[in-house]
Design a protein around this ligand. Structure first.
Ligand SMILES: C[S@@+](CC[C@H](N)C(=O)[O-])C[C@H]1O[C@@H](n2cnc3c(N)ncnc32)[C@H](O)[C@@H]1O
Length: 259
């Protein structure tokens, strides 16, 4: 899987307006519904640490893993800008969530902003859920979001163009999705046209992100096969049940009662 290479250099600018603080509050609320006194988080696919930083500010220790070295480098940069007491609670490492070995058990395992939809094959999902099974304390909670199949099929992904800018660069991003229904996958082709403001030169980056849309029955099945069980599923950022209009679904799971 070789995504988030060149794209990741511009990740913080592309997602500058993403509401990491509000999302962290939402996840905290979900955590408090299920368990009290949680202190430790393992984050699978932590990216540049957008959520991790907010959780550390709330007093959690966060152990973040990501496949992309560039994303981890950016997370480390963010960490350096934090007060020492917050930074001390953060650890970022390169790692593939499908085969993480020997990391400390935690109260909470999170995987946010569609990381699970990057796990394309059933075996990728199973391996990731096995990671969760071994890394979650007995009363621990696993929360992740994903592209919800019914919503993706009823409101099919569309071509999009968006502009971004900071003091150094201007970026035009084209998003060209191609639905592959036989595989429950959307091939998302990103093209970035990046203009360097210091010399006016424009360069181009192309990156293909394969995204799997998932259905609750298959997630129930795969989680159960790994000794986990679904507790709740919500339309992202709400406490509403997902509907055919739901694109982003949030799922809360724990160890299966009879494992
Ligand atoms: C859309 S980004 C989300 C990053 C971060 N969670 C956020 O909210 O900004 C998806 C991330 O998942 C990571 N990822 C995808 N598959 C992975 C895997 N098998 N192991 C580790 N990280 C993975 C990518 O490298 C990327 O950083």
């Amino acid at each position: 899987m070789s995504v988030f290479n060149l794209y990741s250099h511009y990740y913080n600018l592309l997602y500058r307006n993403k509401e990491y603080a509000a999302e962290t509050s939402y996840i905290l609320d979900l955590i408090h519904e299920e368990t009290q006194g949680a202190e430790s988080i393992t984050e699978l696919g932590c990216g540049t640490g957008g959520h991790a930083v907010h959780f550390a500010e709330k007093g959690f220790t966060v152990n973040g893993f990501d496949l992309s070295q560039t994303m981890i480098d950016e997370a480390e940069k963010k960490k350096k800008s934090l007060p020492e007491s917050v930074a001390d609670r953060l650890k970022f490492q390169v790692g593939d969530i499908r085969n993480l070995v020997s990391f400390p058990e935690s109260d909470i395992i999170l995987s946010l902003f569609h990381v699970m939809s990057y796990q394309i094959a059933n075996q990728d999902l199973i391996n990731t859920f096995k990671t969760v099974k071994t890394g979650l304390k007995p009363d621990g909670i696993f929360i992740f979001d994903f592209w919800y199949g019914p919503g993706v099929l009823s409101d099919k992904p569309q071509f999009r163009m968006k502009r971004f800018e900071d003091e150094a660069v201007g970026i035009i991003r084209f998003t060209e999705p191609n639905l592959v229904p036989d595989e429950n996958v959307v091939d998302v082709n990103f093209t970035l046209l990046i203009t360097d403001k210091s010399n006016g030169k424009t360069s181009e980056i192309n990156e293909l992100h394969r995204m799997r849309y998932l259905f609750l029955p298959e997630l129930n099945f795969l989680l159960k096969a790994c000794g986990l069980e679904v507790r709740k599923s919500y339309h992202w950022m709400t406490k509403e049940k997902p509907t055919v209009e739901t694109w982003y679904c949030c799922l809360i799971a724990g160890h299966a009662a009879h494992d």
